[in-house]
Design a protein around this ligand. Structure first.
Ligand code: GLU
Length: 418
């Protein structure tokens, strides 16, 4: 049975509340709580020292109502079944919300990839791909990068799948290297999406550049890119953290130096710069700032530390960063929460562009990709903003209202087989 603080519980509770607002009978929406298909696999990996370690992996396919399953693969020691179910369901809602012709899925392996050598990681990826191969495919289920996976890993998945099929199948994954059919602008797309959304939010809330500050929890693909973009937009990044701890500077961090430090494989706790103080992630969350951007693993903000938040806006740059309880605490503080369903859309939207380019065997330039990304993400943001204002609900609930309604309508139109 699922315990209380888990993203799957938060997800089902939010679906229930959205369905109640939409006036749906239980039978009209209950299916959204359940994945259509789930696969648990064991992945034996020969380690460099000749021993064999077994890793546990998952691929959860939540919904294929609106198109092929779509969603990332994460490598993390905290990966678990309930989290996979929640993240797969969120992908269904994200695709429906942005009007992308996909359903939702998620995959993951319980592993700390930092503890593996590159060759071990490659063998793990190849065997994981082989184990989920019966249920994935360019028209069935298309994996993509997520926490701790990247374009190199997508290239290995593409190669493994292609070898088993006997011909190149670039469309099996998105977020792959450019040379193998990747899209310009896919790397960093989620972080860029966060920055477009924040530019728009600052405009709507009339927050001047001057004096606008941000604290970023998680300095991986999303956090780092968002930090660099916000910095270019004139926002002062006053705190940033990763799993090792955080740094803070009231004058503003030298974001480019910090990004270079992290890119060289070092941790934030090892970062040294005059005037920078070292703090814990809990202190980062409690830092007084205009914008707090969590983009870490699930549930980093819960009802306990939500009480300490002193930001005006919280943007969920990663999936399922907050528990349902944290949402309530922040709502009481009048803090605007821009939810994952909207804020993390950048990567997914460019994944869709990648697939469109693959199908047509053509390539758009980066400017075109960014322009279209901005259009789609801001159109979605605007819709969510309007629906939440009209119904006097949070932006998260606004996003759920739109997405749940679309998925339920699709179900009704398609009907139940047989
Ligand atoms: N993992 C990313 C997400 O959660 C991207 C998924 C995709 O591109 O399919 O949105």
């Amino acid at each position: 049975m699922a315990q209380k603080n888990n993203p799957y519980v938060s997800f089902t509770q939010t679906v229930d509340r959205a369905a109640a607002l939409l006036g749906y009978e239980r039978s009209a929406y209950e299916f959204i709580k359940y994945p259509e298909r789930e696969l648990t696999v064991s992945i034996p990996v020969e380690m460099d020292d000749g021993t064999v370690t077994i890793f546990e992996g998952f691929r959860v396919q939540h919904s294929s109502l609106l198109g092929p399953y779509k969603g990332g693969v994460r490598y993390h020691q905290s990966v678990n079944h309930d989290e996979m179910k929640a993240l797969a369901a969120l992908m269904t809602l994200k695709c429906a919300l942005a009007n992308l012709p996909y359903g939702g899925a998620k995959g993951g392996v319980v592993v700390n990839p930092a503890s593996l050598s590159k060759n071990e990681l490659k063998r793990l990826t190849r065997r994981y791909t082989a184990m989920i191969l019966p249920i994935i495919g360019p028209d069935e289920d298309i994996p993509a990068p997520d926490v701790n996976t990247n374009e190199e890993i997508m290239g290995w998945i593409m190669d493994t799948y292609s070898m088993m099929r006997g011909h190149a199948v670039p469309g099996i994954v998105t977020g792959k290297p450019l040379l193998l059919g990747g899209s310009l602008g896919r790397t960093g797309a989620t972080g860029r999406g966060v920055s477009y959304i924040l530019r728009e939010t600052r405009k709507r809330l009339k927050i001047a550049e001057d004096g606008c500050t941000a604290a970023i929890l998680g300095f991986g693909k999303v956090g780092k890119e968002a930090a660099l973009r916000l910095f270019e937009d004139g926002v002062r990044i006053i705190a940033a953290g990763d799993t090792s701890g955080a740094v803070r500077s009231a004058r503003g961090l030298d974001v480019r130096a910090l990004a270079a430090h992290v890119e060289s494989g070092r941790k934030i706790a090892e970062y040294r710069d005059g005037g920078v103080e070292h703090i814990t992630n809990e202190e980062l969350i409690a830092t007084e700032c205009t914008i707090l951007i969590p983009c870490a693993v699930s549930d980093v903000i819960d009802e306990r530390n939500a009480a300490s938040v002193r930001a005006q806006i919280v943007v969920e740059g990663g999936n399922a960063q907050m528990t349902a309880g944290a949402d309530e605490v922040l709502a009481q503080k009048d803090c605007l929460v821009i939810p994952d369903l909207v804020a993390t859309l950048g990567g997914l939207i460019v994944s869709y562009f990648e697939r469109v380019q693959n199908v047509q065997s053509l390539m758009w330039d980066e400017f075109e990709v960014s322009r279209m990304l901005r259009n789609v993400i801001l159109r979605t943001y605007d819709e969510v903003w309007e629906v939440s204002r009209r119904n006097n609900v949070s932006m998260r609930m606004g996003a759920y209202l739109i997405a749940v309604e679309r998925v339920c309508t699709a179900k009704r139109i398609r009907g139940i087989f047989p």
